[in-house]
Design a protein around this ligand. Structure first.
Ligand code: NAP
Ligand code: MG
Length: 398
């Protein structure tokens, strides 16, 4: 069989631990036999990032921008323990943080729903899609510890040199401080990306902040969303029979748990970080969720929403073959390949991406699955397999 050809390359960002191991198996068993893969490869493994002082992460982000499509494996965000474990020169910042700041935009996360996997939240009948703002806030913060009493101030120096100054706190003892920011332009593109997604998928859009407490910061998010909705999307939403709904974040969380799903929940960066893990695990498993970063200039980065599955990796290093679920990694690839196919107009590549997704989901629906899913399967799993067996069975179906 002739291999499927690609017109243009995808930026491939390799990662760490268990996901790096499975990444290689997926390429070997599910992609290389069928496609003449055209990629620009960047090693974002922790050691390579440390050796290059994060240079490789910035190069990878530039490649995604240049090529239009990227696919990323999960990566370790270093902490003190990792510095010792990997003998690092320094604590490196989160690579996802770097890439999101470079690309700006919004991360859309959608659970993969299957007939035989029951969500833990029984009223969720349709996928609940999360739109996470991928720029700023606590992910681009500036923090400090203070060792005694003093006055904390917020100072903004304008381009003309004049200053605006506000007192944060007269601190009576040692403490901690944090400065965060966002940009109107980034919030505007976040709002547009969410309304555009809602309209194209015919989904209501929910947005929530804490504007009662944070009147300027969160208040600006609320105002910008409302303005863009009123001036650019209101009519189109009414014609499509869908709604934009704004509420306080606490109210949103309570309503989400009682809803039947089937809408786009636009979340500020931090809310999206934590809520997408909640939605994913309540829908089955962290591995049953697709994740794509969409930048305002039409650049797409596909990734798995979960981490490097460290606990499974340590078992693997001891010679075990863990039952780690590779679905989110496979869907990162199929998402990127399908987007490449759409941009390049190569229908055979998009057809392949569809077939690979279908083969994966058919296998689980036939009762063969990894351990994480077996806990939620109804009817019960027929067969629980390790990751290698799971991928081999998909290859057979393909
Ligand atoms: P994690 O890798 O998401 O795993 C947490 C737990 O969730 C696992 O121990 C496992 O539970 C379950 N799990 C996650 N993915 C799974 C899968 N594909 N199949 C089966 N079970 C799965 O989070 P972590 O262990 O807290 O973090 C490990 C590393 O990942 C950290 O260094 C962190 O910095 C990094 N991280 C990276 C990203 C990213 O690159 N996007 C995101 C988050 C975290 P059981 O152990 O109960 O089986
Ligand atoms: Mg998270």
């Amino acid at each position: 069989m002739a291999k499927i050809q690609m017109k243009n390359a995808i930026a491939e960002l390799d990662g760490d631990e268990m996901t790096r191991v499975l990444w290689e198996v997926i390429k070997e068993k599910l992609l290389n036999p069928f496609i003449d893969l055209k990629v620009e490869y960047y090693d974002l493994g922790l050691k390579a990032r440390d050796d290059s002082n994060d240079g490789v992460t910035y190069e990878a982000a530039a490649a995604i921008k240049r090529l239009g499509v990227g696919v990323k494996c999960a990566t370790i965000t270093s902490n003190a323990a990792r510095v010792t474990e990997y003998k690092l020169k320094q604590l490196t910042p989160s690579p996802n943080g770097i890439i999101r700041a470079e690309l700006d935009g919004t991360v859309f996360r959608k659970p993969i729903i299957l007939k035989n996997i029951r969500p833990s939240v029984s009223c969720w009948k349709k996928p609940l899609i999360l739109g996470r703002h991928a720029y700023g806030d606590v992910y681009k913060n500036c923090e400090m510890e203070t060792d005694g009493p003093g006055k904390a101030e917020l100072v903004f120096t304008k381009a003309d040199g004049t200053e605006i100054r506000k007192t944060i706190m007269e601190m009576k003892g040692p403490g901690i401080l944090q400065g965060i920011h966002n940009l109107d332009a980034s919030i505007e593109s976040f709002a547009r990306a969410c309304f555009f997604y809602g309209l194209s998928e015919k989904l209501d859009v929910w947005f929530a902040t804490k504007d009662t407490i944070s009147k300027i910061y969160d208040g600006t998010f609320k105002q910008i969303f409302q303005h863009i909705y009123d001036t650019e999307y209101k009519e189109k939403f009414e014609q499509a029979g869908i709604e934009y709904f704004y509420t306080l974040i606490d109210d949103a969380v309570a309503r989400v748990m009682k809803s039947e799903g089937g809408f786009l929940w636009a979340c500020k960066n931090y809310d999206g970080d934590v809520m997408s893990d909640m939605v994913a695990s309540a829908s089955g498993s962290l591995a049953m969720m697709t994740s794509v970063l969409v930048s305002p200039d039409g650049v797409f980065e596909y990734e798995a929403a979960h981490g490097t599955v460290q606990r499974h990796y340590y078992k693997y290093l001891e010679g075990e073959k863990p039952s780690t679920n590779p679905v989110a990694l496979i869907f990162a690839w199929t998402g990127a390949l399908a987007k490449r196919a759409e941009l390049d107009r190569t229908p055979e590549l998009s057809d392949f991406a569809n077939r690979l997704e279908k083969a994966t989901l058919d296998l689980i629906e036939s009762g063969t699955m990894t351990g994480d899913l077996s806990r939620l399967a109804d009817p019960p799993a027929k067969e629980i397999v390790n990751s290698w067996q799971f991928i081999d069975l998909i290859a057979e179906k393909l």
